[in-house]
Design a protein around this ligand. Sequence first.
Ligand SMILES: [Zn+2]
Length: 410
Amino acid sequence: MSAHHSIFGVFSEENITGVANKNQSLKRTIINYLDVTAHATIADLSMELGISPPKTTSLINELIQDGLVQDEGKIDSTGGRRASMFGLVAESCFFIGVDVNRYSINIGLLDFKKNLVTVKMQVPYNLENTKESFEELITIIKKFIAELEVDRNQILAACINLSGRVNTTNGYSYSYFHFYEEPLSATIENAIGIRTFLENDSRAMAYGEFHIGTVKTEKNVLFVNLDYGIGLGILIDGKVYYGKSGFGGELGHVPLFNNQIICHCGKKGCLETEASGQALLRIFKEKIEQGSTSSLVKNGMLPEQLRLDDIIEAANNEDVLSIELIGEIGDKIGRGIALLINIFNPELVILGGSLIETGDYIRLPIRSALNKYSLSLVNNDTQLRLSKLGKKAGVVGGCLMARNRLLSMV
Ligand SMILES: [Zn+2]
């Protein structure tokens, strides 16, 4: 018997009725329970599901036949009684996460037990809102799948992280690749032959941190993505917050400045016009034009060729102009986060995105701005930490999104 047909049976959304439907739903509950507890006995499961031990045994046997669950042997429980423990089978099925960045793609494969088994970082790519850029994305995903050693039928879902406005419920993207009438998720699904979800890039990174990153017991957490843009992921009472259409968290477009700079969203005075990586590049070029010096320019690089990574690297190599400008945008980012702290009273704010590779150069001005601009009674509750997953936050979060949305656990 080939296992993947049964796996699809458990996760299928086809309309089945009566006993089969009830059993499918109970099997999903067992999977969700084992996901949280790692192992459980028939007695645990029977109590959790409110069904008899013989019925539980029969469902567990079906899940074992499906290849999703295994008997892990007898393990001493606290009372000294020995009962068989059951757990998920890591290599029974897999999930793909695709983290699309401005100049590169990170792509990874996660197994059923949330281990990242393969990851390819920094695959060169140019994100533009063109059909060519879209085709290139599809090519990169197909190549990654073709090189995997797992049976492609065992890959149950993929999640694509894109910046900008993404409606995760219907799979439409409004900032990139919106040339087709059908949802973008459906176009990608047809092209790669795997069930596909879309997610906003910052929210996917936040999701990675919330599940296997720096978040431990905290339930009210903000994740701020500091990159070319400024993104936000929000966790309230332990649940990811989306807003009505999935557009919640547009911190970058909060109109904090009374300037005349037109943001790429079309409005004026957005936080991104003065505090994003994009703004940092613009200000850096202006400073060079006004006669400031930097090791980057001395090394022969033309200001228009500069990428954000160049300034980050220069700062880490003690380039004074880069360090100063990162300090200036850090103060402005801090103003934006102060606003969030006053509104949300979070217990933890995580800083992520490529700018955090400058460490204290970005963290300290943000910390000091938080003290300056937010209410001290409120910010006393808030810890500020750097992302633990770092560059991998997006790919880990994307894989977890694919897995957990298929299991209906998001
Ligand atoms: Zn804007």
